[in-house]
Write a protein that binds this ligand. Structure first.
Ligand SMILES: [Zn+2]
Length: 112
Protein backbone atom coordinates (compact mmCIF):
# COMPACT_ATOMS: atom_id res chain seq x y z
CA UNK A 1 0.00 0.00 0.00
CA UNK A 2 1.45 3.35 -0.97
CA UNK A 3 1.17 6.41 1.27
CA UNK A 4 -1.14 7.91 -1.39
CA UNK A 5 -3.81 5.43 -0.31
CA UNK A 6 -3.80 6.42 3.37
CA UNK A 7 -6.49 9.13 3.11
CA UNK A 8 -8.78 6.63 1.37
CA UNK A 9 -8.14 4.05 4.08
CA UNK A 10 -8.97 6.60 6.79
CA UNK A 11 -12.15 7.53 4.91
CA UNK A 12 -13.12 3.86 4.67
CA UNK A 13 -12.56 3.34 8.41
CA UNK A 14 -14.62 6.45 9.18
CA UNK A 15 -17.43 5.26 6.88
CA UNK A 16 -17.48 1.84 8.58
CA UNK A 17 -17.56 3.46 12.03
CA UNK A 18 -20.46 5.74 11.07
CA UNK A 19 -22.27 2.78 9.50
CA UNK A 20 -21.87 0.70 12.65
CA UNK A 21 -23.21 3.51 14.84
CA UNK A 22 -26.19 3.92 12.51
CA UNK A 23 -26.91 0.19 12.56
CA UNK A 24 -26.65 0.16 16.35
CA UNK A 25 -29.09 3.05 16.79
CA UNK A 26 -31.57 1.52 14.34
CA UNK A 27 -31.19 -1.85 16.06
CA UNK A 28 -31.77 -0.29 19.49
CA UNK A 29 -34.80 1.56 18.17
CA UNK A 30 -36.24 -1.64 16.69
CA UNK A 31 -35.92 -3.34 20.07
CA UNK A 32 -38.19 -0.82 21.79
CA UNK A 33 -41.22 -2.71 23.01
CA UNK A 34 -44.17 -0.47 22.17
CA UNK A 35 -46.64 -2.86 23.75
CA UNK A 36 -45.25 -2.25 27.24
CA UNK A 37 -47.49 -0.08 29.39
CA UNK A 38 -47.86 0.72 33.05
CA UNK A 39 -50.56 -1.46 34.61
CA UNK A 40 -53.65 0.19 36.09
CA UNK A 41 -52.36 -0.19 39.65
CA UNK A 42 -49.14 1.65 38.78
CA UNK A 43 -51.05 4.29 36.80
CA UNK A 44 -53.27 4.89 39.83
CA UNK A 45 -50.38 5.82 42.12
CA UNK A 46 -48.53 7.98 39.58
CA UNK A 47 -49.13 11.01 37.40
CA UNK A 48 -47.64 11.89 34.03
CA UNK A 49 -44.72 14.28 34.03
CA UNK A 50 -43.97 17.08 31.64
CA UNK A 51 -41.92 16.39 28.56
CA UNK A 52 -43.46 13.11 27.45
CA UNK A 53 -43.10 9.64 28.80
CA UNK A 54 -40.26 8.25 26.72
CA UNK A 55 -36.75 9.55 27.06
CA UNK A 56 -33.27 8.36 26.40
CA UNK A 57 -31.43 7.34 29.54
CA UNK A 58 -28.07 8.86 28.82
CA UNK A 59 -29.13 12.45 29.22
CA UNK A 60 -26.08 14.35 30.22
CA UNK A 61 -25.69 14.36 33.99
CA UNK A 62 -28.79 12.40 34.91
CA UNK A 63 -29.12 8.84 36.08
CA UNK A 64 -32.05 6.71 37.03
CA UNK A 65 -31.57 4.80 40.23
CA UNK A 66 -34.09 2.01 40.60
CA UNK A 67 -34.97 0.50 43.94
CA UNK A 68 -37.33 -2.08 45.35
CA UNK A 69 -39.11 -4.91 43.63
CA UNK A 70 -40.50 -4.84 40.11
CA UNK A 71 -44.28 -4.69 39.70
CA UNK A 72 -45.53 -8.21 39.10
CA UNK A 73 -47.96 -7.20 36.36
CA UNK A 74 -46.15 -4.53 34.31
CA UNK A 75 -42.53 -4.81 35.48
CA UNK A 76 -42.08 -1.16 36.39
CA UNK A 77 -39.88 -0.17 39.29
CA UNK A 78 -39.64 2.69 41.76
CA UNK A 79 -36.79 5.03 40.96
CA UNK A 80 -35.11 8.28 41.83
CA UNK A 81 -33.54 10.59 39.31
CA UNK A 82 -30.02 11.53 40.29
CA UNK A 83 -28.14 14.45 38.88
CA UNK A 84 -24.51 13.47 38.77
CA UNK A 85 -21.32 15.41 38.74
CA UNK A 86 -18.24 13.46 37.70
CA UNK A 87 -19.98 10.16 38.39
CA UNK A 88 -20.92 11.20 41.93
CA UNK A 89 -24.62 11.61 42.60
CA UNK A 90 -25.18 15.07 44.01
CA UNK A 91 -28.90 15.79 43.71
CA UNK A 92 -31.79 13.38 43.91
CA UNK A 93 -35.08 14.67 42.62
CA UNK A 94 -38.43 13.10 43.26
CA UNK A 95 -39.82 9.62 43.26
CA UNK A 96 -40.86 7.98 40.05
CA UNK A 97 -41.88 4.68 38.54
CA UNK A 98 -39.92 3.65 35.48
CA UNK A 99 -40.67 0.93 32.97
CA UNK A 100 -37.83 -0.01 30.67
CA UNK A 101 -39.07 -0.62 27.13
CA UNK A 102 -35.76 -1.10 25.33
CA UNK A 103 -32.10 -0.23 25.37
CA UNK A 104 -31.74 3.36 26.59
CA UNK A 105 -35.52 3.83 26.54
CA UNK A 106 -38.00 3.95 29.34
CA UNK A 107 -41.42 5.17 30.32
CA UNK A 108 -41.53 7.28 33.44
CA UNK A 109 -44.26 8.63 35.73
CA UNK A 110 -44.01 10.59 38.93
CA UNK A 111 -45.31 9.03 42.13
CA UNK A 112 -48.24 10.94 43.60
ZN1 LIG B 1 -47.51 -2.21 37.51
Amino acid sequence: MSPDNYPNVMLLIAAIAVGLLLCLSIWNHRKVDKTKRFCSACLAVTESIEGGSTKTINDFGTKIKTRGAKCSSCGSQEATIATTLLWVSVIYSGDYRVLFVGPYRYLIRRLK
